[in-house]
Design a protein around this ligand. Structure first.
Ligand code: NAP
Length: 488
């Protein structure tokens, strides 16, 4: 299948934090892949900006190294890389001072799309927004892109929104949650709203419960300092899992346009009940290995033997609206788990009556939406067990792996960053979080965290390489249910 490339006009993209980890690992390889796919036209200017000194040649060498290291597989040959590097330039600039801004102004011009990517800590967002305006760098087609974490709590998120709103309209602000750029996440909307099959059943009358799992095998790695101040609730639940919850639970938007979609997501967040303390399990991973430690415990990794930050969280949420009243949503995410797996399972109710009798066995239909690895969708259905006398029932999967179903023409589907960056250039905000959505998500999260702090709660230890703390299984067992998705 040949992917359809929607062409764009040459544009200017300034990456503040142009030498940083995110830029080297994600943003530049994504731009290069789109360049190889023919979507970044000749004449485009990509300008890295940071405090350190580089000349143009030195910056291009840095970018070439990053692309060779982090583009896997390499999307095209060295000739193409050379052409891509010709689009790149660099300015040494301080977000908090006057240095470098005039040089940047001299490098961009015209009324073409002008995107400013803030690939820096949130402490610099306000200063950058202000200096872009005071140095006359914004034109009518200016967009700014900001990365997570968007605040630490409701108060700080509000302050960031205000700092950006002082200089830009909401329609110019693109808040990235890269989960929204994943192919399957958008497919979730296609499955729900492009088929007649599911939507009539998509409510508490037919759905028993929904599970969202985002499991990682990695630990905190080099991000220990940041992570220990955030924890799984702030780092994953408040944004990525909350966004998945919104897409699975929202009402059909009138149109697939940014505000229609984001209005519906916002209604879901506002309809969430406060979480009961006994419906939350927090965990922290232990070291792996015996005499030969394979990797350290969470506390060793962050260098704090008394840390009470969670690296795992599971919770039961309720959405109080007509569609979902009475249907629990179980959400969990954690580090150093047994498998890397992001999956949403929609578990339908049992058929109301079995004409085959109790001994035939009964299986609920389950729709599994796999985000990674092996993106795809599986619907489990009940059939007759073949070859048996009498009527015994069994469960079989109707499986659609996207890689198999969509084939390959040598070009991998764009990854999340590729899709999102091109959406910025095209001016499509559908897959970006709006300011009020982010604030509503923090308004739901803050009391949960305040409750742990008030009660002095310590996370439950769990073994690295396990499915998480046993209490999370108990959370399900109390409701006569069990987790699906990752297996020891
Ligand atoms: P990083 O590696 O520390 O890079 C920070 C960049 O900002 C560097 O290029 C740095 O270069 C520049 N910088 C710092 N202070 C500056 C100033 N005053 N003026 C101009 N430039 C300045 O950080 P990162 O990991 O790339 O993360 C960037 C942002 O993305 C953070 O908010 C992070 O939370 C978020 N994020 C990162 C990842 C990831 O995988 N890394 C994932 C999701 C979100 P100089 O020191 O030369 O100025």
């Amino acid at each position: 299948m040949v992917s359809r490339i929607i062409p764009v006009e040459p544009f200017d993209l300034v990456i503040f934090g142009g030498t940083g980890d995110l830029t080297r690992r994600k943003i530049l390889p994504a731009l290069f892949r789109r360049f190889c796919a023919g979507q970044v036209p000749v004449g485009t200017r990509i300008i890295g900006a940071a405090r350190s000194d580089h000349d143009t040649a030195g910056y291009r060498a840095l970018v070439a190294g990053a692309i060779r290291e982090f583009s896997d597989p390499q999307p095209c040959d060295d000739d193409q890389l050379e052409k891509f590097l010709n689009c790149l330039d660099y300015v040494a600039l301080d977000a908090k001072g006057d240095r470098g801004w005039a040089d940047l102004a001299a490098k961009i011009s015209g009324d073409r799309v002008r995107a400013f990517y803030f690939s820096v800590g949130p402490g610099l967002f306000g200063a950058l927004a202000q200096r872009i305006q005071s140095n006359g760098l914004a034109n009518a087609a200016t967009r700014i892109v900001v990365e997570k974490p968007f605040g630490h709590d409701l108060e700080s998120a509000r302050a960031l929104n205000q700092a950006l709103a002082a200089h830009f309209d909401e329609g110019q602000i693109y808040r990235i949650d890269h989960y929204l750029g994943k192919e399957t996440v958008q497919n979730l909307m296609a499955v729900r709203f492009g088929n007649m099959l599911f939507e009539p059943l998509w409510n508490s009358q037919y759905v028993d419960h929904i599970q969202i799992t985002v499991a990682e095998t990695v630990g905190v790695g080099g991000r220990g300092g940041y992570y220990d101040r955030a924890g799984a609730m702030r780092d994953m639940m408040q944004n990525h899992l909350m966004q998945l919850l919104c897409l699975i639970a929202m009402e059909p938007p009138a149109k697939f346009d940014p505000d229609c979609v984001r209005d519906e997501k916002l209604k879901v967040i506002r309809a969430l009940d406060p979480v009961e303390p006994h419906h939350i399990v927090r965990g922290q991973y232990l070291a792996r290995g015996g005499a030969e430690i394979e990797h350290p415990s969470y506390r060793e990794a962050v260098g704090d033997p008394r840390s009470s930050t969670e690296s795992y969280i599971a919770l039961k949420a309720h959405i109080s609206n007509w569609r979902w009243a009475g249907t629990p949503f179980y959400l969990r995410t954690g580090k150093r788990l047994v498998a890397r797996s992001s999956v949403i399972n929609v578990i339908f109710k049992d058929a109301p009556h079995s004409i085959f009798g109790p001994e035939a066995g009964q299986h609920a239909n389950i729709l599994s939406i796999r985000l990674q690895p092996n993106e795809g969708i599986t619907l489990s259905v009940t059939i007759k067990e073949p070859g048996q006398g009498g009527m015994r029932l069994m469960e079989v999967p109707l499986d659609m792996s996207f890689a198999e179903a969509l084939g390959s023409d040598g070009q991998a589907a764009p990854d999340a960053y590729e899709r999102l960056i091109m959406d910025v250039i095209r001016g499509n905000q559908t897959l970006f979080m709006r300011g009020d959505e982010v604030e509503a998500a923090w308004a739901w999260t803050d009391p949960v965290i305040a409750g742990w702090q008030a009660r002095g709660e310590v996370p439950k230890p769990y073994d690295s390489g396990s499915t998480g703390p046993g209490d999370a299984d108990q959370l399900m067992a109390r409701d006569k249910r069990e987790w699906r998705g990752i297996k020891p």
